[in-house]
Design a protein. Structure first.
Length: 264
């Protein structure tokens, strides 16, 4: 099976906090990703609206299949590239910090609501999701979805590995001074659970938040095939299922588990 080429968009996507700005940035990133031969573009957490929404997330929120979703679908289909994007989702009287994955034909493939909310602002405005493992297939590769803080817990990543996820897509908004998460924790998650982690962060300053950048594709063999700095970037790297199989054969963490000993 040929490698799956993934593009990670690192930038102040959706700044200022308008949906039009987010869609314009997404279209530009998708065009560049497609030109580089990528089949999948991953963008940061809340990429359509910006993260620093203050008391306005409800104003920017839309249903999962709302106008912005339809616009992203058109972008994906126009460039022939699948897109994972973050946005504030309105579901009845609740808001969720969500990510949607659409296919290269624009069809929706998966929807995930962030299960581990970070800090006072997120917990004040969003309701955590209650479904941990959400997956979809693209070109024969099993993709999974998490958002930012979720990946800092080993349990969600291990749950994905046990469910067959091969590439974990993580739109994120990691802030300073937590660079260690991008540099150390994310590659460790890929190694200990034997999967790829595609970690797409924001960069620059937005409102009160200063983002670290450092987006990366972390591989199951302990390497980091692609790593951004602290500025705007579009990373392009390949996911090699042959390497994944070889790494799992050599590193038998998943097979050697003893879950009967892991009670609370």
């Amino acid at each position: 099976m040929p490698p799956l080429r993934i593009a990670l968009s690192q930038g102040p996507v959706g700044v200022p906090a308008t949906v039009d700005a987010g869609l314009d940035a997404l279209d530009r990133a998708a065009r560049r990703a497609a030109a580089a031969g990528a089949r999948l573009l991953v963008t940061p957490e809340l990429s359509l609206t910006g993260y620093a929404l203050g008391d306005r997330p409800a104003e920017r929120a839309e249903p999962a299949d709302g106008p912005s979703a339809q616009a992203v679908a058109r972008v994906a289909a126009a460039h022939g590239v699948a897109v994972a994007y973050g946005y504030p989702e309105r579901a009845g009287d609740r808001l969720h910090n969500s990510v949607r994955l659409v296919g290269p034909d624009g069809a929706p493939l998966a929807d995930y609501r962030k299960t581990h909310l970070y800090g006072g602002w997120e917990t004040a405005h969003f309701t955590p999701g209650d479904t941990l493992v959400v997956q979809a297939d693209l070109d024969g590769v099993r993709l999974g979805l998490l958002v930012c803080y979720d990946v800092e817990f080993p349990e969600p990543v291990r749950a994905h590995a046990l469910a067959g996820t091969q590439v974990l897509l993580v739109p994120t908004a990691l802030m300073r001074p937590y660079e260690r998460v991008a540099r150390t924790v994310v590659p460790t998650r890929a190694w200990e659970s034997q999967l790829y982690v595609a970690y797409a962060n924001r960069c620059g300053t937005e409102g009160e938040f200063a983002f670290t950048g450092l987006s990366c594709l972390a591989a199951p063999d302990g390497t980091v095939p692609a790593r951004a700095g602290d500025g705007a970037d579009l990373l392009v790297a390949d996911v090699d299922l042959g390497l994944l199989a070889a790494s799992r054969a050599e590193n038998t963490y998943l097979a050697d588990r003893r879950p009967e000993l892991y009670g609370a």
